[in-house]
Structure formats: C-alpha cells, structure tokens
Design a protein around this ligand. Structure first.
Ligand SMILES: Cc1cc2nc3c(=O)[nH]c(=O)nc-3n(C[C@H](O)[C@H](O)[C@H](O)COP(=O)(O)OP(=O)(O)OC[C@H]3O[C@@H](n4cnc5c(N)ncnc54)[C@H](O)[C@@H]3O)c2cc1C
Length: 290
C-alpha cells in the first residue's frame, strides 16, 4: 500500500527548482519505475511528490562533433536505445539499453531516474563512466557538473544536495582508436545483472594500449574502477596472459556481497572472466575504429 501524498506538477525546470526548495519532505518522481516499488514497500513515504516526467526541457538527445553527446535527465531508456546518433557514435550505450529491463520499463524509466536511484546493479553507470561521462545537477541556487564516477557515494546514495535535480549527462567525443565493451551476467533476461563489466580501450598507432578504463557493476556499493588493472594495460601489446592478470586484479579488488542469486566467490569469478572478455573485445573493436 502506498501512503497518501501531495502531488506537485511543475510546468518548467525553474518552477520545479522552486517547488523542490519550498517543500521539505519531498521526493522527485519521473518514470516511477524504481520509486513506486520502494513506496509500495513502505520504505519511502514522502509528504510531497514532485513529478518531473512532463518536463520536456530535460528530454533531449543532442550530438555535436566537438562537444559530444548530451542527454537530458527525463529522456527514457527506450529513446536512448533507439536514437540513430547514439547507435552510430556510442553503440555500446544503445546495446546496453537493449538489455535493461523490459520494453515497458524502458518506455517509462529515465536516465536521470536510473542514475539518481544509484542502484549498484544499474546498467548505465558503468558504461557511462567507461565513456568518461559527466553529470550536471542543479537547483534553485545554481548548477554544477562533476565526473559521473564522483556522483555515486554509497549504496543508493549520490552527491545530490537537498533541492537538486539531475539535469543532464554529457559524454565527450571518445579519443581516436577508442572502443567500449559492456556485458552483464544475469539469470533472467533483461533484468538487473548479478555483476557487470564495462571496459574502454584506446590504442596507439602501433597497437599498444594508450589508455584503459575498467568499471565493475554490482561489485561494490558504487560502480568500481579497477585502476591498478588499467595502469597495467598501458603501453602493453595485445596479450592473453596480460588479460588473465587484469582479470585476476578485478577478482581481488572487487567487493561483491552474496545474496540469494550468487555467492561472493561466484561473483568475483564472473567479474574476472567478464573483465578479460571485455578488455579483449574492446581492444579488437578499437583496432577497427578510426
Ligand atoms: C522490472 C524492472 C526491471 C529493471 N531492470 C533494470 C535493469 O536491468 N537495469 C537497470 O539499470 N535498471 C533496471 N530497472 C530500474 C529502472 O531502470 C529504473 O527504475 C529507471 O530507470 C528509473 O527511472 P525512473 O524515471 O523510473 O525513476 P523514478 O522511479 O521516478 O525515480 C527513481 C529515483 O530517482 C529519483 N529521481 C528521478 N529522477 C530524478 C532527477 N531527474 N533528479 C533527481 N532525482 C531523480 C527519485 O526521487 C527516486 O529516488 C528495472 C526496473 C524494473 C521495475
């Protein structure tokens, strides 16, 4: 059962900021795909709901050759999945979305809601961090932008201050010869992953690794970079033994917790296997891009 609440429907982002600042016990609702579940469970019972779903000012996908990609917070997962420019320029983002929940959930759930919810098993965050994305947040007192990896603070906790909304995700233009690969391991198709790995590889002209990003999903309270493994890859050539070692580092540095779906040991094993596979896949793909 959901407790009674007062419903606020702003007509603009400015009005949303004002309403959010005015009401103390207030929760933002967008697609409601995560919030309504915790409200039904009685874990959250706000006095006010601020419905931002209709704010079309925040519903956009913009691409510029120099600036990269900008996605407004109220853009749905399905719109990201189906965007021709995302399919062309950031195919990993579109592919990730095809495996996120069902089409019904993707039609309602939004990128801003997904990131603000900060579920450690969320799919977009590891991919966006591998793509070096930033997030813009703001409220009545102004806006600020931060690297997405700094936005996540703990299980379901973010850097959002009181009265702030997620406004936009910005993905820069990837450096030359860069590719990103992502895979989650899940028991039910299109459900939250047991674990997931996103890997980004940038190659030098001689096929050595110039830069790498490895981001583990559902392996810690927040999306986890494996920086020791990233460093190990730099300057090296394609080498299966090296990838084994990188997988071992993921195994050791992850902090997964056991639940009814998988033990901690099984999750670590999956993380090491997926890390190896994603590094290899991103490397092979990077050879083929300009
Ligand atoms: C059956 C099912 C399967 C799912 N499977 C997956 C999956 O495989 N992978 C995955 O990643 N996710 C999955 N999800 C989660 C889903 O992707 C998210 O619930 C959805 O994207 C959240 O967006 P929303 O707009 O519905 O957010 P809401 O539910 O409206 O809000 C979620 C939270 O974010 C806050 N919020 C929303 N928008 C903003 C904003 N702009 N600024 C600040 N705070 C905001 C709300 O206050 C709330 O705390 C699944 C959900 C369901 C129901």
């Amino acid at each position: 059962m959901i407790n009674d609440f007062n419903y606020l429907k702003p007509g603009s982002v400015k009005e949303a900021f004002e309403m959010y600042a005015e009401h103390d016990d207030c929760k933002v609702i967008c697609g409601g795909q995560s919030l309504l579940i915790v409200m039904r469970q009685g874990m959250v019972a706000p006095e006010y709901l601020l419905d931002i779903k209709g704010l079309d000012e925040l519903r956009y996908i913009k691409y510029d050759e120099k600036d990269g990609l900008r996605i407004g917070a109220t853009t749905t997962h399905r719109e990201i999945e189906k965007s021709p420019i995302i399919q062309e320029k950031y195919p990993v983002l579109s592919l990730m979305e095809t495996k996120l929940a069902s089409i019904q959930t993707r039609n309602w759930g939004t990128i801003g809601g997904n990131l603000a919810h900060a579920d450690p098993a969320g799919d977009p965050a590891p991919v966006l961090i591998a793509l070096n994305a930033n997030i813009k947040v703001g409220g009545k007192n102004g806006e600020r932008t931060m690297p997405l990896e700094d936005f996540f603070k703990d299980y379901f906790e973010t850097a959002l201050e009181k009265g702030e909304l997620v406004l936009e995700v910005h993905v820069p233009v990837p450096p030359a010869k860069t590719s990103v690969a992502y895979q989650k391991f899940n028991l039910l198709d299109s459900d939250m992953g047991i674990v997931a790995v996103a890997a980004s590889i940038t190659l030098n002209g001689d096929d050595t690794c110039k830069d790498a990003r490895i981001v583990l999903g559902n392996a810690a309270p927040i999306p986890k970079r494996v920086k020791n493994a990233e460093e190990l890859l730099k300057g090296k050539k394609f080498d299966e033994k090296l990838f084994e070692e990188v997988g071992r580092i993921s195994y050791e540095e992850s902090e997964p917790v056991a639940d009814i779906h998988a033990s901690e040991e099984h999750r670590r094993h999956l993380l090491s296997v997926l890390t190896k596979r994603m590094i290899k896949k991103a490397w092979e793909q990077a050879r083929a891009v300009a």
